[in-house]
Design a protein around this ligand. Sequence first.
Ligand code: G
Ligand code: G
Ligand code: MN
Ligand code: NA
Length: 251
Amino acid sequence: RQVERSIRDGILRNRFSLHYQPLVRAEDGRTRGFEALMRLTDASGKPISPGEFIPAAEDIGAIDQLGAWALHEATAAAAQWPEPLTVAVNLSVEQFRDGGLIASVRSALDASGLAPERLELEVTESLLISNVEEVEAQLEDLKALGVSLAMDDFGTGYSSLSYLWRFRFDRLKLDRSFVLAFDQKPDRARTTISAIIALGRRLDMKVTAEGVETRSQAEALVDLGCDNLQGFYFGAPMPEAQLREVMRWEA
Ligand code: G
Ligand code: G
Ligand code: MN
Ligand code: NA
């Protein structure tokens, strides 16, 4: 398949990169960190959607290598940012299969010198569908390294609530469909989101709303008590060079 060729080619020719999207604090709108999002271009420089190349990379067994690269790249970048800005890296379920994940995270932390508290790892609910015990053991090992763990895209999976009690995630990232729901059924959206925030609180998790695109959405989410916000309203994913510009740091 074309996308598989682009992945193999992309690895050989360094066509993968990371973009960074700001994650802001609800109480004052200040940036507390960035989520790293993987990007790939084809030979002509045209971007290939992560929605396409991530699953393909999982299929062909390339995600371990790419995931390890992303961990190294993102931690190396974040180590240059002002403290205490954090970086979040997405992990694929596949990275929990071969047993090399913990070593890979440790190696990225060691190589970059980044304090573990400044690294956040995002996993989706699908992680907890099979091999729960094995996965949980690895999540414990990751926590023991001092990194924090976020449940991503919360509310889209099959398992949402049934697995929440099983493991102490530090953060819950509300899927952006909840934010979209504001524009359709504001009252029901409000009730649903505030119940999830209350649940998160009770389970000692911070709650991030994703996909915030408008000021009125941001205000409503702050009112409801979200801890952090992320979305195009605050900033789209951008290359590191641009991020430095936006944040006005010296290179
Ligand atoms: O980047 P985009 O904004 O289009 O992301 C699309 C999807 O790809 C999201 O579900 C995101 O979690 C996933 N994704 C982006 N970067 C990475 C990555 O580095 N590793 C993994 N496993 N998934 C990623
Ligand atoms: O699954 P995950 O949450 O890791 O994926 C993040 C994806 O969401 C990325 O593809 C990113 O480009 C996209 N994204 C980030 N902010 C917004 C937003 O405000 N609106 C929309 N529609 N997508 C967003
Ligand atoms: Mn994510
Ligand atoms: Na998400």
